[in-house]
Each structure stands twice: as C-alpha cells, then as structure tokens.
Design a protein around this ligand. Structure first.
Ligand code: ZN
Ligand code: ZN
Ligand code: ZN
Length: 1008
C-alpha cells in the first residue's frame, strides 16, 4: 500500500504493551497502591454502606506460605473485592496465629540446654521473635499476590489486646461454671510433653504387640453358674498396649452380650460366645467344651487376679465392649484410656497415672520400672509369660492416634487438666434462641449450627456429628509459649480461685502489658491483701502455669477483632460476621473452637456462613508437600509468571472440590491470561483519540451490531455478578474466556476492523464502534478487577481519561448535561469503582439518578444498593432501521446471523484450501436460504458483507436443503482490489483523484 494511503487508515495505537511483564510490573503497582493508601481509600469510600465482613482465619506463623494458603487468601480477596464493587463496605483484617507448640519446639532446638537457665519471659521473647519473622514474611507474600487488607494493623494472637480477650473469653466460661479442673485421661504426646486436643491428633498406622492374657477368677465360680462349681476359672483379655497392664484395674464385659465358659485341658475360660472359637484358636486351647452360657452382667463385681501384681481386678460392665475382634473382654486401665477413665469413675477405680510426662513408667516392678512405655512392652510380656498368664502374642498393624505436630504415637494419660464442660446447663435466655431448660452447651450449639449457611452443605452434618460426640474441651497445655491460664491456686488445697474482680484486674493487666506480665511479680500484686481460699481458708496462693490450648486462642479471634480499639473513622464490626472460609480440617479446629467460644460468650455463632475449599493436590492426586517435592510454590510462580497467574489459577479451579496445581497448569493459565490481555489491548488501541465526553454516540443512534454487542455485554455482566454472589469463580473464569475469545476476538472485533480502520475518524459509524468497545472495556475492567487485580488497574490507567464531574450530592437538580458528564467521571483506581449496571453498559441512563451512597460518580453502581438489578432491564426505544422489532427479537436475529456467519467462514476456508481465493475479501458469496432465514438475512442485507468480511453478498430464497437451512457458494469477487481497504469493487478507478481506491474509500479520503 502506498505510504500516503496507509497514513489515512486509523491503525491501532496504544502504550498498553502486549507483553505483560508481570514479575517486573506488579511490584511497582503494589508500591503505587501503598503510596496512595488504596485500602484506606476504599474504606473511606464505602463508609456508611451496608457492611459485609469476611473474618480471616489466622494461618500459623512457622514458615512461608504454600499454594493452599495462597489460594485461601486469593479466594477471600475475590469475595472481599467483589462485595466492595457491589457497593458493600467490606473490610478485611488479616490475622495470624502466633502461639503454640511448633514454634516453641523450634525455639527449644535453637536454644538447646541454654533454655533450662532462662526465665519463661526470655524464652517467650525468643518465640515472639520467631513468630514475628514469619508473620512479616507471610504478610509480604500475601500482598505480593495482590491481596488487599488492613496489613499494617493485622490481628495477631500475641498482642496484649488479643491476649487479654483470650483470657476474658476464658473468664466468661469460668465465671458461668463451664470450667472445671480435674483428673482426666487425655491424649498425651510424651515427645512434646503436653496434653493434646482431639483436633491435634491424627490417625496413622502403627504396629503393636498384641497379647492375650489370662486373669484368674478369685471368687467362687458357682456364683456365675452352678455348672462351674469347683472349676479353675479365668477370663482372657486382649490388648494392643501391654505397657498399660501395670495400670489394669478392671476387666470389662458387655452387659447384654452372651459369654461362654469353655473348658480345655482341665481349665475353664470365660470369653464372649461370638468370639469363643477365634479366641480358642489364637490361644491354642485345642478341643474345647462349653460348660455354661450367661450374659455379661453376671460377671459384674467379681474379682480377678492381676497377672503379675498383687492386685484384685474388678469385673465391670461397659457398653463399648465390641464383639468384632479380641475376646469380648476388655482390660481396663482408667489412667490410660478415655472410656476406661469414665468406667473408672463409675466404679470408683484408682486413675492415678504411673506414667510420667516423658512417658516413663514409675513405681512399678523392677522388670519395667523407669522404662519408656514402648520399651516396656517386651519386659512386661516376658513377665506375663513367666507368671504363666500369657496365652498368645502377635504383631498387629492398626490405626493409632499420633501427634499431628511431631507425628509420634500418642498415649492416653490421666492428668490434672482444665476443661470446658459440654454438659454445662445453658437455659433459655442466655442468647435468646429457642430451647428448653434442659439445654446444655452441647445441645444449644447443635441448635445454632442449623442456623448457619454451610457451603458445601455437608459442613452442617460434619460439625454437628463432631459436637454431638466430642468430649469436654481440654483447654490446658503444659507449655510456655501461649496465653497462661491466669488463675490463682490455693497452696494448701490446690483449688482455683474464681473472683470476678480479681479476674478483671488480670484481664486489664494483660491488655496493658501482655500475657508476659503473668510471669512477673506484677501479677502477684493483683491479689488483694488478706484474700482467703473460700474452700480451706488458706491465705497462700500460687499461680497456675499451664497455658491455653491454642484453639481457644484462635477461637476468640472475632471476639478480639470486634473489641479492639477502633481508629477514629472506623465503624464497629457487626456480630456475627458474614463469612468464615477455611479448609475442611477446620471443622475439628477453628470452625469448632470459634463456635464454642462464641456460644460461651454471646450464645450465638460468630458467623452467618461458612465456606470450605478443597485440598490442593498434584497432578497425580497426591497431597502437595515440600518434602515430597511435588509442591507448587506460589511465591516462585509470582516471581516467574506473576502474582496475577496465581490469582487466575485460583479462579480457574472449582475450589469446593479438591484442586490440582502444577507448573503445566500455571503455564496454561498464563496462555489464557495473554488472550484476555489482548482483548483489552484491542480495545485500548482502538480508542486512541477517542474522547468519551465529545465522541460517545448515544445508544439509540448506534449501529445495530454495536447495540447487540452491548446487550450481550449486559448478559455477560449479569452472569458474572451473579457468580460472584455465589462464589462461583471458576464459572466466571470460563465465561470470561469464552466472551473474550469467541464473542469478542473471533466475532465482534474481527468484524469491527473494517469500520475502525477504514472509516473516517469522526464518522458516526466509527464512533459508534468506539463507543461500544469503550463501554465494553469499562465493563470488563470492573467485572474482572476482583480477580485480575493488577492487570485491570493497568487497563484502568490506559482507558480514555475523563474529567471528574463538577457536580456531587445534589444531582436531582442538576441539568441533563451535568448528569451526562457525571456518568463519565472515574475513580483513581479501578478498585474504588463499582460493578457496572446494564444502564452503565448501554449508556442509557444517567448514573446521577443512582439511589443511596456511592463512592464513584461513575460507571456502575452498587448492587448492594440495588439488589433487583437484572440483565433484562429497560432499554430505551431505539431508532434504527430495525426499529419495529423488540430488542429480544433483534438479538435472536443476531444469533441467526452469527450462525450463518459460521457457515460462510467454513465455505471460505474450503475455497481458500482449493486455491480459489486468497483472503476472504477476494470472495463474493451467494447465500441461498429458506423462508425464515431468508427474511432475517434480507433485513440485514447491506451489512452482511462486513459481517462475513467478504467483498459482496448476494441473497437468494430457496430450499437450502440439508445444510441447516442455508447454502453458501463462494466465487471470486467482481471488480478490482481497492488499495486502501483491500475490498474488491467494480467501482475502483472511477474517482480520478484516487484512481486505486473503491467508492467507499474515495468518499472517506474526500472527507479527510
Ligand atoms: Zn508431639
Ligand atoms: Zn484452699
Ligand atoms: Zn476501499
């Protein structure tokens, strides 16, 4: 093309680069946001709007973030940003869980022997340093993937304010009689030397020595059945933990199951009838003969002989004795089993543990005394054998509880612990919910669970089942790094003091100086002179040194957030919060502890809704872990591909299921990113020189195709807004891809090139196209901003600048021109904008008429303020050549035209392959269509050649048999090629001034 002709084309032009260079540009964007105080600006802009509070679950500060934590934070960010752009005031305060065992263990290792000589406050200072280091690291990493929030003032479980709320939460349980201190068999990790909560135990396979041991009956066997008179009778127990035999206090039978007395070689053995055959085989009893059958209850309170200790062992009854394996007789050690313990309470058995905190057996026989429990198994086995009581032994692999921190097998051990009772009465009135006077913490909690919206729905059943069966909450730990149970204990009787005024003083002390103050003499001064123990009258007290279970700490997080001192212009946080979003492990962890803490203090749940994402797996379906080397590091992805890619990947997966992450998937998402970016680039490059205030064409004067695409954009926006509400981000991701690639790139933008490049810059048809792509761009950039946080901000800066409207509050009286201007004003950042309404997209209604508060006098308004928004909103009358038709009917026409276009493109492709034509503009097509189709095509006849991008279209009415009602014939175009637009025309050469161009181009050139 001659240069002077080329210069008359409106070729695309933009500074918005094709290459994103995200790893380089995103940090610059972050710095800009930081500098402009964007999060605070958003808060100010939404002040007074309806609130939406997603309360953050605190990650643990013992390492860098991984893909699961990045996904978690990105999902929360999508929700917070989409709520914000729907017009809600949606604050987000990130939190961190800083106390607890893993940090203390790591610090212990670093300190080594030095720790023994250090004061608790110094050890705590070391732990604090460690936690702060990872809090700072994670904070930067979350920000790096574009998460917005109050990062400069997060909540952290180790601040004085937070620690005081933890203590206050405990006191509200304590002062209302939910709390007791007592001996209990609890999970115990001897490696970490602490009690563990249910939630801190994981089941893993473990190989145990299993033994069948004979306990001789001491009483007269005739008491059971006359047939046994004068016989030598024993029962056989079966256990996988031989080391608990020294603690054996009872043998348990099922009260209603049938037991048999079987005879072998002159001795009689009592076992469950159902298991008699199996037991006889295992124990090598040979031929046996049943002497009697009787229910288990006949054995209650009989005395048996301990196999190696001088101890009478009691026959007891228990419903939990099962008939699926063993002998139906359960050796009972109240100090080493939860069920055993409660049976012990029922029968008054001694539950003192002779296993110390390190798991070493004390006060026993020389054969095993001073040994660790696992080491004691064999000597105890030998001892049983020596005494002639061992009938059988074998190794069994079974599922056994392990410590989730150190992965060592745990034991049950009876110790003095603090508990919150699940059976504490909670009568009606404490919270206002319905219920009965017989309500307890457990039953009331179960009632309240039903009022929460669980997503996915199985969450309700999962948590209900856990609450129904959970034991009392053991809230004490024997460690240093945490919030101490700041209670004074009587030195002489050991009972805890519970005095409201003293409790308040301790809470105040914590709020002032932090929990460390409990370890200093300052705390002792809180006890008024002359304080007496209400139980024994003693005046000497000591301080409890146990700390709280960390789940009680994190469970108080929302309570801590709502009670913190607010900044001057920060509104109160509502009770309850709207949403908690965490992984499925939090049903036994944070969801549960938060619920119980809220029930104990406010008698209602802390959340209206709970959402649970699945796990992040590798491509073969295995859990990701650094040690396995199959993890995808989000920080690495951000630094190589961009934080935006981590975000887009998060949006691409159906997070309610287990999701797959891999390098290949990240790369694929990166490819999709490029397509979306190119869509924006096309828009921006064709808006060069377009001034919306001067050049925008009113909707009713736009070309029919442009009107159609704006209505398509409305439908797209309605889907996207709805899916944000449903947290269906993967649907948005798919829809956006389809809209950008199929609707825009392959169809609309393709067709538009002719009008945008060839037409005179100021022509109405070109301005109509520009108006449409500008409005599409303005809609897309807002709709994608919650997910593509960085790129949309970049696009925002490249969209045509529009002057802020000179009007504000009093828009009712403003004249029409002012209102029109108001519709163009834009915020400093896309993240201050609102989602577009249909009227915004079509440009049919002044936004000045938007009701309620609105931060942005711009494009789009809050769906929070306007919930009834829908895609089918009123479209004003249009004066087009198809004006007689309703918009819906016309959109039906366009769907038809697009499907005919697909047929034409297929035929052109074929013609190209047959070397009949080169480009589509070298062709003319003859379309034969059936009646209905023909009439649609006829209506748009003059636009068809542009729609199909050919030089001429001829229509014919016909049968069109077999090809979906349309037949396409391709021929070489008539006339000559126009040097300017490459269309073929029989008129090329007619204009003497421009002899090489077509009639369309010569008209344009005259205008220039
Ligand atoms: Zn452990
Ligand atoms: Zn006392
Ligand atoms: Zn031309």
């Amino acid at each position: 093309m001659p240069l002077e002709l080329k210069s008359t084309l409106n070729l695309p032009k933009t500074d918005f680069s094709m290459k994103a260079n995200l790893p380089h540009n995103e940090p610059k964007m972050l710095a800009r946001w930081e500098q402009m105080g964007l999060y605070e600006s958003i808060r100010r802009a939404r002040k007074g709007s309806p609130r939406y509070v997603l309360h953050d679950g605190p990650p643990y500060t013992s390492g860098p973030i991984h893909l699961g934590t990045a996904m978690n934070k990105c999902l929360k960010d999508f929700i917070v940003k989409s709520k914000t752009m729907s017009g809600f005031d949606a604050p987000y305060v990130p939190g961190w869980d800083c106390h607890g065992l893993p940090i203390e263990i790591k610090v212990d290792k670093e300190l080594g022997g030095k720790k023994l000589k250090m004061r608790p406050t110094d050890v705590r200072a070391e732990c604090r340093k460690y936690a702060q280091k990872y809090l700072d690291l994670q904070r930067e990493q979350f920000k790096r993937v574009g998460v917005f929030g109050r990062f400069d003032r997060p909540y952290s479980t180790m601040t004085p304010q937070y620690e005081s709320v933890v203590l206050e939460t405990f006191f509200s349980f304590y002062e209302n009689d939910f709390v007791y201190k007592g001996l209990r068999a609890v999970y115990w990790c001897m490696h970490d030397e602490t009690a563990l909560a249910e939630a801190e135990v994981e089941y893993e396979n473990h190989t145990s020595s299993t033994v069948w041991v004979k306990y001789a009956l001491l009483d007269d066997p005739a008491k059971i059945d006359p047939a046994l008179a004068g016989q030598k009778v024993s029962t056989i127990i079966w256990t996988t933990t031989p080391w608990t035999l020294p603690a054996s206090m009872a043998v348990a039978f099922h009260p209603d199951e049938e037991y048999a007395a079987i005879e072998s070689c002159g001795e009689v053995y009592i076992v469950a009838s159902k298991l008699a055959k199996e037991a006889a085989e295992k124990c090598g009893l040979g031929e046996t003969r049943a002497l009697a059958h009787f229910p288990g209850r006949k054995l209650e309170r009989l005395n048996f002989q301990h196999p190696f200790l001088d101890r009478k062992v009691l026959g007891v009854l228990a419903d939990y004795v099962t008939m699926d394996t063993g002998t139906g007789v359960v050796h009972t050690a109240p100090s080493h089993g939860a069920e055993d313990f409660s049976t012990g309470v029922k029968y008054g058995l001694d539950a003192t543990s002779h296993v110390d905190e390190k798991g070493i057996l004390r006060d026993g026989l020389p054969e095993y005394d001073g040994m660790r429990v696992w080491d004691a198994n064999q000597p105890i086995l030998d001892l049983v054998k020596k005494r002639g009581a061992l009938l059988h032994t074998e190794k069994t692999e079974h599922s056994y509880p392990h410590c989730w921190r150190c992965h060592n097998p745990v034991i049950f051990r009876a110790t003095e612990q603090w508990f919150i009772s699940m059976e504490t009465p909670m009568p009606v009135g404490s919270g206002g919910g319905r219920g009965s006077d017989n309500d307890t913490l457990r039953t009331r909690t179960l009632e309240e669970i039903k009022k929460v919206k669980w997503d996915p729905a199985w969450g309700e059943e999962r948590l209900s089942n856990m609450i129904e069966t959970r034991p009392d909450w053991c809230i004490s730990r024997q460690r240093v790094w945490g919030v101490p149970i700041a209670v004074f204990l009587c030195e002489s009787c050991g009972k805890p003091l519970n005095d409201r005024s003293i409790n308040r003083k301790v809470v105040e002390l914590f709020a002032r100086s932090g929990a460390d103050a409990w370890f200093t003499p300052e705390s002792e001064n809180l006890l008024p002179a002359g304080t007496k123990c209400p139980h024994c009258g003693s005046t000497k007290f000591e301080k409890e040194t146990d700390i709280f279970d960390v789940w009680l700490e994190s469970g108080a997080s929302y309570l801590a957030l709502i009670s913190e001192e607010k900044m001057a212009d920060e509104p109160e946080y509502p009770w309850p919060s709207d949403l908690y979003l965490e992984g499925g492990d939090q049903y036994r962890g944070w969801f549960q502890s938060s619920l119980l803490c809220a029930m104990g203090t406010r008698a209602t749940p802390p959340y209206r809704g709970v959402v649970t994402p699945g796990w992040t797996l590798d491509e073969t379906g295995r859990a990701m872990s650094k040690s396995r080397g199959n993890d995808v590091d989000p920080v690495d992805i951000a630094s190589r591909l961009g934080g935006e890619i981590v975000r887009l990947w998060t949006a691409s997966v159906d997070f309610r299921e287990d999701v797959v992450g891999s390098e290949a998937l990240m790369q694929r998402v990166g490819e999709n990113y490029k397509k979306i970016r190119n869509t924006f680039r096309y828009i921006l490059s064709n808006l060069s020189g377009f001034d919306p205030q001067k050049d925008a064409v009113p909707f009713d004067q736009m070309e029919a195709l442009d009107q159609y695409m704006l209505r398509e954009t409305c439908a797209f926006a309605a889907d996207v807004r709805r899916w944000y509400d449903e947290f269906a981000f993967h649907r948005i991701y798919q829809r956006v891809n389809h809209f950008c690639i199929v609707d825009l790139s392959a169809f609309y933008f393709d067709v538009l090139k002719d009008r945008l490049y060839i037409f005179a810059p100021h022509s109405q048809a070109r301005r109509s196209a520009q108006t449409a792509i500008w409005r599409i761009g303005e809609a897309l950039v807002r709709l994608l901003a919650p997910i593509m946080t960085f790129t949309c901000e970049e696009v925002w800066q490249h969209l045509p600048k529009v002057v802020a409207a000179p009007i504000d509050a009093d828009v009712e009286d403003a004249n029409v021109e002012d209102a029109r201007l108001a519709a163009f004003a834009r915020a400093e950042s896309v993240h201050l904008a609102l989602f577009p309404t249909d009227a915004d997209i079509l440009g049919t209604e002044s936004r000045a008429s938007a009701p309620g508060p609105s931060a942005e006098k711009g494009f789009g308004k809050g769906t929070a303020l306007e919930p009834a928004l829908s895609a089918s909103r009123r479209v004003p009358s249009e004066r087009t050549n198809n004006g007689a038709l309703a918009p819906e009917a016309r959109d039906g026409d366009w769907a038809t035209l697009r499907s005919v276009r697909d047929e034409v493109l297929k035929a052109l492709e074929e013609a190209r392959n047959n070397k009949l034509i080169g480009g589509g503009l070298e062709a003319q097509v003859l379309i034969t269509a059936t009646d209905a189709l023909y009439s649609v095509l006829r209506r748009y006849e003059d636009q068809l050649r542009y729609l199909f991008i050919v030089s001429a279209v001829t229509l014919a009415q016909g049968s069109g048999n077999g090809t979906g009602g349309v037949h396409v014939e391709v021929k070489k175009a008539d006339g000559a090629k126009c040097e300017r637009c490459w269309n073929y025309s029989t008129h090329v050469g007619e204009d003497k001034t421009y002899p090489t161009v077509c009639e369309r181009c010569s008209a344009v050139l005259k205008e220039l």
